[in-house]
Design a binder for this molecule. Structure first.
Ligand SMILES: Cc1cc2nc3c(=O)[nH]c(=O)nc-3n(C[C@H](O)[C@H](O)[C@H](O)COP(=O)(O)OP(=O)(O)OC[C@H]3O[C@@H](n4cnc5c(N)ncnc54)[C@H](O)[C@@H]3O)c2cc1C
Length: 431
């Protein structure tokens, strides 16, 4: 009851923040920039970057906007496990930006190698540089090396992790397809924090669903670097119902943390020294902020994530560099597309406020995360957030999760909601 009232109040705050952006600031900014236009550079046209763009695009005749992404075609994380499980085709999660939607925006398809925070430019390949007044970075994640001896997360040709748009989905699907019946698969789940906390378990469910249909008597062992995980009770319920004797979860305390990998013999060794052989070993690597921050010296190697000001999303210690999405430490907020989308709206509003010298809006955020256990069965967790009283961190105000006793109709409806959320978001951003 209480949480419902909070949520309603919270959503109305969110809506009023966005109205403020579209009407008042927009009008002022157009007048202010009759002479000189601020140059806003967005790095990454994934979920966070593109959401910023969709908001800033409303005032694209008053500011210059350039977007740089190394990929022209963007593959989303959300629903990608359904592709691995053979339920959706890869086309359903692959998008290119419709340039007609962003007429005044310049798109560059190249990799950003370096950010010069003093002189305010970035270097792309071929030594070309692009300067900026304000830079927004939403480049996703990077991967920690040397966590598991013998495993290199950058070798995605050999061991595709499929945790970003670059990693080879087709290759992993082929590896699954090439398995015989009675196969043993190991999935290695990383330690926190990482992108989309429930996704390793969703992936295990949807692979189990595929194996059940195509590779009889196969088994999945989830070796987990953690002792618990989000939506655990809902996953356990689904696994009992549909994947009994197919999925076995091994928490860290029972030997779940893998420390060594022997590729030639397909054997892993855990913390306790036990060795297990499998037909396919699938690693989801431990994660950190995108390499661009370390390569540019704006993030110290002893930190894994970018520290930001939660009102403006400005990178701590730097002026006019803004970071959002999976590369930041967002305190209570998980790394998800929904979170990045919610953060981007606040960032865009407060960037305009900064340019205009106006008061910042007090941010509120939302996250809903859906997980599928099979075709047409999903469950979710929703949480809402604002800043703490000292305004230096994002804190959760409450959350609600699907009941483990949900009926088949409820699970089915949640699957429709998941598709509805996804379609609304990608239509808004890409099409
Ligand atoms: C299996 C899986 C399932 C998921 N399911 C969900 C879900 O159901 N719901 C949900 O909310 N979230 C989900 N996510 C998480 C979601 O994908 C991410 O949290 C979200 O994409 C983060 O947005 P971002 O903008 O930070 O990064 P991204 O969306 O990854 O965008 C980063 C962009 O930056 C570009 N880039 C990176 N470096 C450079 C560079 N140096 N130069 C130029 N361009 C660069 C990349 O090409 C990319 O386009 C899932 C993720 C995975 C892996």
């Amino acid at each position: 009851m209480n949480s419902k009232i909070n949520r309603r109040k919270f959503l109305s705050n969110l809506a009023s923040g966005l109205t403020f952006f579209t009407l008042s600031n927009l009008f002022l900014l157009k007048r202010l920039n009759a002479k000189s236009k601020p140059k806003v550079l967005i790095i990454g046209s994934g979920i966070g970057g593109l959401t910023c763009l969709s908001y800033l695009n409303k005032i694209s005749d008053a500011i210059d906007i350039i977007v740089i992404d190394k990929n022209k075609s963007i593959r989303t994380g959300p629903l990608s496990n359904l592709v691995l499980g053979g339920i959706l085709s890869e086309e359903k999660i692959t998008f290119t930006i419709d340039p007609k939607k962003y007429r005044n925006v310049k798109f560059v398809y190249d990799e950003v190698k370096y950010i010069d925070s003093d002189k305010k430019f970035v270097k792309v390949s071929g030594d070309v540089s692009v300067n900026f007044d304000f830079i927004i970075l939403s480049p996703g994640i990077g991967y920690k090396e040397n966590i598991i001896e013998g495993y290199n997360p950058n070798n995605t040709e050999l061991l595709p992790h499929c945790w970003d748009g670059d990693s080879n989905l087709k290759k992993f699907k082929k590896q699954l397809n090439d398995l015989d019946r009675n196969s043993k698969i190991i999935i290695s789940s990383p330690d926190y924090p990482y992108r989309c906390p429930p996704a390793p378990y969703e992936r295990a469910s949807l692979i189990a669903n595929y194996l059940k249909k195509k590779k009889n008597n196969s088994k999945i062992l989830i070796f987990d670097s953690k002792n618990s995980f989000t939506k655990q009770e809902n996953f356990f319920k689904e696994w009992n119902l549909y994947y009994n004797n197919i999925i076995e979860w091994i928490p860290r305390k029972k030997g779940g943390r893998i420390i060594k990998y022997d590729h030639q013999n397909k054997i892993i060794k855990n913390e306790q020294g036990n060795k297990v052989k499998a037909d396919l070993i699938h690693f989801i690597p431990d994660q950190k902020a995108s390499n661009i921050f370390f390569d540019s010296g704006v993030l110290d190697k002893k930190n894994d994530w970018c520290e930001i000001n939660p009102t403006t999303f400005e990178l701590k210690g730097f002026d006019d560099i803004f970071v959002l999405g999976d590369s930041i430490n967002a305190w209570d907020m998980p790394k998800s597309a929904f979170s990045a989308n919610s953060q981007a709206k606040v960032l865009a509003i407060n960037l305009i406020n900064k340019i205009l010298g106006r008061k910042f809006v007090d941010p509120v955020f939302l996250n809903t995360c859906y997980s599928f256990s099979k075709e047409n069965r999903a469950f979710s967790i929703t949480a809402w957030y604002r800043l703490n009283t000292s305004k230096d961190r994002i804190v959760s105000l409450g959350s609600s999760q699907s009941s483990i006793n949900s009926s088949h109709i409820d699970r089915n409806q949640e699957a429709s909601h998941a598709f509805g959320w996804f379609n609304t978001m990608v239509n808004d951003l890409f099409l």
